[in-house]
Design a protein. Structure first.
Length: 268
């Protein structure tokens, strides 16, 4: 059995990076969140899944791809009602991702992929990709969520067409059971119904306020709608075995996307 190739920068020495740097054609920037995911999953779900998928996809493309440290806190203002959740301001997230790319560009890397694991990061990461391209000039940046690369026909055979990725439900619970089971609390799964209740009545939204912008730190009402932050009752269908299959589809799709990016997006 051969050792898996090293691709995750925090786990490499500078010498190991130098060994392959002349063959590296792309760096992945995983993004996630630190937010509530029900009473049974850790706050790090989105960061853990995006990092796992990024590393495994990079290994399949070794030595052309490296993985930067995950931006493990994302834009999650609506989750601050759930204890321990944290959030970045939009501008903070954009600047950090820009600095990540600026640092790695020093070593000749000019293709970057922001691989996301948190729904509320999508718009922010898209803005970041534009900012990075404008500020650095000679780089190419892709931004996508790993689940967007999944083969829909294949996953529909596994989940019988149920919605994914969801939030703390079948997909994310299964993925977490596969990736980091030691951080799950499946013994507390019953609390979704017994203690918290799955769904609330939803917040009252006065006429004219539906599309009103708020500040980053005043987005309230989510917990009225999702009492324990579990978006659907299909969480009961989750398993580690299913998570391994979901993870394989995620990694395969992401690796294929990145391979296409490297092969068909030219650098000036």
């Amino acid at each position: 059995m051969t050792d898996k190739p090293k691709v995750f920068l925090p786990e490499m020495s500078f010498a190991e990076v130098e060994d392959i740097l002349d063959r590296v054609q792309l760096a992945i920037l995983p993004t996630g969140s630190n937010e509530g995911h029900g009473p049974h999953l850790p706050l790090k779900v989105d960061a853990a899944t995006s990092t796992y998928v990024s590393i495994e996809a990079a290994r399949r493309l070794y030595p052309r791809v490296l993985v930067a440290p995950c931006l493990a806190v994302g834009h999650s203002p609506q989750h601050l009602e759930f204890a321990g959740s944290m959030s970045l301001r939009v501008e903070t997230q954009i600047r950090v991702l820009t600095d990540y790319c600026s640092s790695l560009r020093n070593y000749g890397i000019r293709r970057f992929a922001i691989v996301n694991g948190h729904g509320n990061n999508m718009a922010v990461n898209a803005q970041a990709a534009r900012r990075i391209t404008e500020d650095l000039g000679d780089v190419r940046v892709a931004s996508f969520a790993y689940w967007e690369a999944i083969d829909r026909e294949q996953i529909s055979k596994l989940n019988e067409g149920r919605h994914y990725p969801g939030h703390a439900d079948e997909f994310e619970t299964s993925m977490t059971l596969h990736i980091c089971p030691e951080h799950t609390r499946m013994d507390r799964l019953h609390e979704i119904q017994d203690k918290y209740g799955l769904l609330g009545p939803g917040p009252e939204v006065p006429p004219g306020h539906q599309f009103l912008a708020t500040t980053t730190w005043r987005q309230t009402g989510l917990r009225q709608r999702l009492l324990c932050d579990v978006a659907a009752d299909n969480y009961q269908l989750a398993s580690a075995e299913k998570g391994a299959l979901f993870a394989e589809l995620s990694v395969a799709g992401t690796a294929a996307y990145l391979d296409d990016f490297i092969n068909h997006v030219a650098l000036d």
